[in-house]
Design a binder for this molecule. Structure first.
Ligand code: SF4
Length: 344
């Protein structure tokens, strides 16, 4: 066994994100996770392992980092519910995931939220939906909602639809890339009953688009469920235009619409993954010259002070410097200005 277990146990003792990765995921890597090469911060060089294996770099608290970088707690009317955008409600149905991604922006919230949503909480979500007619869409999120048994998910979906027939459901999951076997016939026949429904996955590297992934995506699409993807820009994983070009064109060929490329959030313990925004902007410009409109995702960042999603480069006002270093001034649609640091 490598040093994964002792570090994972230390992280777990501190209430931090432990190690969890299906063998399917570890087998996508080019190196054995027990003996893989690592950089000077202990982060694996392999892009698959870098997303999965804990490293001592996670114990670093960088300035401006937060346990809750999107300030979801401030928009949480009830446990598990986040109502940040007026038309959308997000439900965190569990903090469990088959793969604990080291870069996850909820990395500091997940360990304490591993239980599945309870019957009482499902009824609370239903009640909230009834009381808020402005809601048009419910995001089923987590953790990974596909960690939750299909029967519990179906109960939730049925209650939501009872409250608001036709409400749009968005299922946000990494399972198609982290544990494709979870996409089984029982799940597909359940999902088929709850259209309009969209699957939004996260894919960060072309190695994630395995034969099994492609097969499962084909089944989801054949069930009449459109699939979109989000990608997080990650240092050492996908921060070069060739990798991103291959990833986005591969997703598009698989029938998955590239939706967002996210600049890294300021989640505590994730500074080693963040790519300077100037570099991200330059890569995005380069991608525009290489990818078709269908292959091209939108580049965006979540404002570190909870002001929501800002598009890049559209929201950029200027790059400035003060005693804390260089930062970018970004303008939100309501005209408010927000700082995002150039370096981690
Ligand atoms: S699967 Fe999603 S919620 Fe879970 S650790 Fe990865 S990014 Fe975070």
């Amino acid at each position: 066994m490598s040093d994964v277990s002792p570090l994972s146990e230390t992280l777990e003792r501190k209430g931090l994100l432990p190690f969890a990765a299906p063998s399917y995921w570890l087998n996508l890597a080019s190196e054995d996770y027990r003996t893989c090469r690592r950089d000077e911060n202990g982060v694996p060089l392999d892009p698959i392992l870098a997303q999965a294996l804990p490293s001592a770099a996670e114990l670093i608290d960088a300035p401006l980092e937060s346990e809750d970088p999107l300030r979801e707690k401030e928009h949480s009317p009830l446990p598990r519910l986040v109502h940040q955008y007026s038309s959308r409600l997000l439900i965190r149905v569990t903090g469990a995931c088959p793969l604990y991604c080291r870069h996850c922006f909820r990395r500091n919230l997940l360990p304490s939220e591993r239980e599945f949503i309870s019957s009482k909480e499902i009824l609370q979500a239903q009640g909230y939906l009834k009381e808020h007619p402005e809601l048009r869409e419910v995001l089923i999120s987590g953790g990974d909602p596909l960690s939750v048994p299909t029967e519990i998910l179906e109960t939730l979906f049925a209650r939501l639809r009872e409250a608001r027939p036709g409400i749009f459901l968005r299922l946000c999951t990494r399972a198609p890339v982290s544990l494709p076997e979870r996409i089984d016939e029982a799940l597909l026949s359940m999902l088929r009953k709850y259209k309009p429904l969209r699957l939004v996955i996260q894919a960060n590297h072309p190695k994630e688009l395995s034969g099994l992934f492609l097969e499962k995506i084909e089944k989801v699409l054949a069930a009449g469920i459109p699939v979109r993807s989000q990608t997080v820009l990650l240092k050492g994983v996908n921060d070069d235009t060739n990798t991103l070009e291959t990833l986005f064109s591969g997703l598009c060929r698989a029938g998955v619409d590239p939706y967002y490329l996210f600049q890294g959030d300021l989640a505590r313990g994730s500074s080693h993954f963040r790519v300077p925004l100037s570099r991200g902007l330059a890569m995005y410009e380069e991608l525009r010259t290489r990818l078709s409109g269908l292959e091209m995702p939108r580049y965006a960042v979540d404002a570190p002070d909870g002001a929501g999603k800002l598009y890049l480069p559209e929201s950029v006002v200027s790059r400035q410097e003060d005693e804390q270093g260089a930062y970018w001034l970004l303008r939100a649609p309501d005209g408010s200005l927000h700082r995002y640091p150039e370096e981690a």
